[in-house]
Design a protein around this ligand. Structure first.
Ligand code: HEM
Ligand SMILES: *[C@@H]1O[C@H](CO)[C@@H](O)[C@H](O)[C@H]1NC(C)=O
Ligand SMILES: CC(=O)N[C@H]1CO[C@H](CO)[C@@H](O)[C@@H]1O
Length: 328
């Protein structure tokens, strides 16, 4: 009797401690080792976002893709070589945006000049994401620092770890659940579709030849569907054609994504499904009605995403260049 009881007490006391790796992260991690970290980040990000306004959305998506595969460890930044086909070259990342990658390179270059070998690429990506979200009107949330860059980046690990626009809601929910995210957190995070673009091929089956009775998905607003059909008319010839995720306030981080859904302005099948599925619908309605409530939930969920699967200590390294492992 005594042993199991002791074990029980021991185990329950453990659950009050954060996992050891994330407990090492602090918001002041670089205060002594790289005092200009915040300033250099902010300058680089501001310059880039002003000259290329698509940077914000691109960076948020890049970060999401990084975290979902191997955790937030900059694995998405690695370029393939003849020995290793990296994450970035998985089919799903067809459109991971060049501007976001360029931003990370710029920030890393400036930081290596100021404090060589100190700041990880994973911390740069996490911080850039938060700063850009705030810059385009979204909430500010805390990003704890001290992530190391990971040693693994394989395109074969991508499929199954990232949702597609055609993924059924039940699968999206269980994918996020497998990484510890509730339905509510998943809905809040996907509010990030309030900024940025999607390529026509991501929703072309909803606007061309949808069914025998309707050429486009009747759950679209009629004018919106017609606009999409025009915008994407040549998408086979020109696969770069894309449209705003949030047609009303495309560059502003707000709760318009959720307000759009009941108006038939949800672009992707997965967006529309958020409104239809009884498990997600209550959160869509709540965030559509109350931006403060969305911002609070989004901030909490992003703080959680930002420490998902992070590496510390010897489980990672500070890369000299964000797109190659140090060992190569
Ligand atoms: C619920 C499941 C999700 C699905 C199925 C999904 C799917 C997609 C797809 C297909 C695109 C268009 C990509 C392209 O054509 O270039 C996209 C864009 C985007 N996604 Fe998601 N996404 C999901 C959740 C999220 C989450 C949780 C975030 C961030 C926290 C996010 C952030 C973004 C951003 C910012 C863009 C715009 C990218 C740009 O403009 O370059 N998405 N998403
Ligand atoms: C909106 O949400 C916030 C945060 O949850 C809450 O404090 C506030 O009372 C809500 N406002 C309304 C009008 O319901
Ligand atoms: C940004 C990036 O690295 N995109 C790559 C994603 O995968 C395609 C297909 O392999 C590559 O051509 C892109 O360069």
């Amino acid at each position: 009797m005594a042993v199991p009881l002791l074990l029980l007490i021991f185990l329950s006391s453990l659950t009050f401690l954060p996992p050891p790796s994330e407990s090492k992260l602090t918001t002041t991690y670089y205060r002594k080792s790289c005092p200009k970290f915040e300033q250099i980040m902010q300058e680089t990000i501001t310059n880039k976002q002003i000259t290329n306004p698509t940077t914000a959305a691109g960076t948020v998506r890049l970060f999401f893709h990084d975290c979902m595969v191997e955790g937030c460890d900059a694995s998405v930044l690695i370029t393939s070589n003849s020995f290793n086909k990296a994450e970035r070259d998985a089919d799903i990342n067809h459109s991971l945006p060049g501007d976001a990658l360029d931003l990370i390179v710029r920030a890393k270059t400036a930081l290596e000049l100021a404090c060589p070998g100190i700041v990880s690429c994973a911390d740069i990506l996490a911080t850039a994401t938060r700063n850009l979200i705030t810059m385009v009107g979204g909430p500010f949330y805390k990003v704890r620092l001290g992530r190391k860059d990971g040693f693994v980046s394989k395109s074969s690990r991508v499929e199954g770890n990232l949702p597609r626009s055609s993924t059924p809601m039940s699968e999206i929910i269980s994918l996020f659940a497998s990484k510890g995210f509730s339905v509510q957190e998943m809905v809040a995070l996907t509010g990030a579709h309030t900024i940025g673009f999607s390529h026509c091929k991501e929703f072309s089956n909803r606007i061309f030849g949808f069914s025998k009775s309707s050429p486009y998905d009747p759950s679209y607003n009629v004018k919106f569907a017609e606009g999409l059909r025009k915008a994407c008319a040549n998408f086979h010839k020109n696969p770069t054609m894309s449209v705003f995720n949030d047609v009303l306030t495309p560059n502003k981080f707000d709760n318009m994504y959720f307000k759009n859904l009941p108006r038939g302005l949800g672009l992707l099948a997965s967006d529309h499904a958020m409104l239809v599925d009884p498990r997600t619908k209550p959160y869509v309605e709540m965030y559509a009605a109350n931006q403060t409530s969305f911002f609070e939930a989004f901030s909490r969920a992003m703080e959680k995403l930002s420490i998902y699967g992070i590496k510390t200590g010897r489980k990672g390294e500070v890369r000299r260049k964000c797109d190659v492992f140090n060992s190569i």
